[in-house]
Design a protein around this ligand. Structure first.
Ligand code: PBG
Length: 327
């Protein structure tokens, strides 16, 4: 009998060898925790479609941020849920608006221990739920929206946000916000561009989390799920406009786009493991159909392997704890 010339199994023979040859690693600092804070809440409120995730009060948000810092997580991304909304989303750039107040509170709590980040988009603040302001015929007005984004970006920077997550998918948003920040002296405020943000079904639970008012969809501004090249093009444009970091979102259904973007730009590339990705694993594990911890860590590792330098995930703190146990 002849022996196999190649024995790839040799590299898998023991935990020690497997650990030594592992190509991709996850560490807590590569995880960013998205967190929701709701104006006027007196107790944290459960989000039924996202078991384990809450709408925070200002106090519980501060505690969550402190816990994230203690767990070694890299950052926290804040989303505000205002008590009232209007056509232009005026709560977004009001210094007393919930997101700006929460940003100040979190920065005061954690200082530099976490990179405190804010979602820069109007959808939580508008009464129609779109990511921008509307024209008379009801379509989203790109250039008028840019003016709202620059006002919102400045308000967030003044509140102490270190990194603005531009998630509205308006053309020219990175350049507009960068210019406004620089003109006011916020030259160190980072811009994360949600470059390749796809319109689709995986944001469903998030809409409950922020009490979204949206009727209809975002298909005139978010990307068509069939288009990979267009995602790369958006990332290249955002880098040219001055984005410090680009992102692909959702993560798991778009790992090919993530790998292509990684190969096409030289800035950090992040991925957002969105609410629907979270809730699918939670629902399957609640039914005993999937090993929860295994599925969570495998999903994060897969997103890293595809090219993400960091990942926004609702499991950030819990996963960070597991990762530290493994070291
Ligand atoms: C827009 C925004 C959305 C998410 C993050 N930023 C909602 C949307 O585009 O409809 C979704 C995140 C998630 O589903 O976890 N502000």
């Amino acid at each position: 009998m002849s022996f196999p010339t190649h024995r790839p199994r040799r590299l898998r023979q023991s935990p020690a060898v497997r650990r030594l040859v592992r190509e991709t690693h996850l560490v807590p600092s590569q995880l960013v925790l998205p967190a929701f804070v709701r104006e006027g809440l007196t107790e944290p409120a459960a989000i039924s479609s996202m078991p384990g995730v809450q709408q925070h009060t200002l106090d519980s948000l501060r505690r969550a941020a402190a816990d994230a810092a203690a767990a070694g997580v890299g950052g926290i991304m804040l989303f505000g849920v205002p008590a009232t909304r209007d056509a232009t989303g005026s709560g977004a750039d009001d210094p007393q608006g919930i997101l700006n107040v929460a940003t100040e509170a979190v920065v005061a709590e954690v200082g530099d221990a976490l990179v405190v980040q804010t979602d820069l988009c109007l959808d939580e603040f508008t009464d129609h739920g779109h990511c921008g302001v509307l024209t008379a015929d009801g379509s989203v007005d790109n250039d008028a929206t840019l003016e709202r984004y620059t006002a919102m970006g400045l308000a967030q920077a003044r509140a102490g946000s270190a990194l603005l997550g531009l998630s509205g998918m308006m053309d020219g948003q990175v350049a507009a916000v960068r210019e406004a920040l620089d003109a006011e002296g916020f030259t160190d405020t980072l811009i994360l561009a949600y470059s390749a943000k796809y319109a689709g079904a995986f944001y469903g639970p998030f809409r409950e989390a922020v009490d979204s008012q949206l009727k209809g969809d975002r298909r005139t501004y978010q990307l068509d799920p069939g288009n990979g090249r267009e995602g790369v093009k958006e990332a290249l444009l955002d880098v040219e406009e001055g984005a410090d970091i680009v992102m692909v979102k959702p993560a798991m259904p778009y790992l090919d786009v993530l790998a292509d973007v990684r190969a096409s730009v030289d800035v950090p590339v992040w991925a957002y493991q969105v609410s629907g990705e979270y809730s699918m694993v939670e629902a399957a594990s609640a039914n005993g159909w999937i090993d929860r911890r295994g599925a969570i860590l495998e999903s994060l590792l897969g997103i890293r392997r595809a090219g993400a330098d960091a990942i926004l995930t609702y499991w950030a703190v819990e996963a960070a704890g597991w990762l530290r146990d493994e070291l």
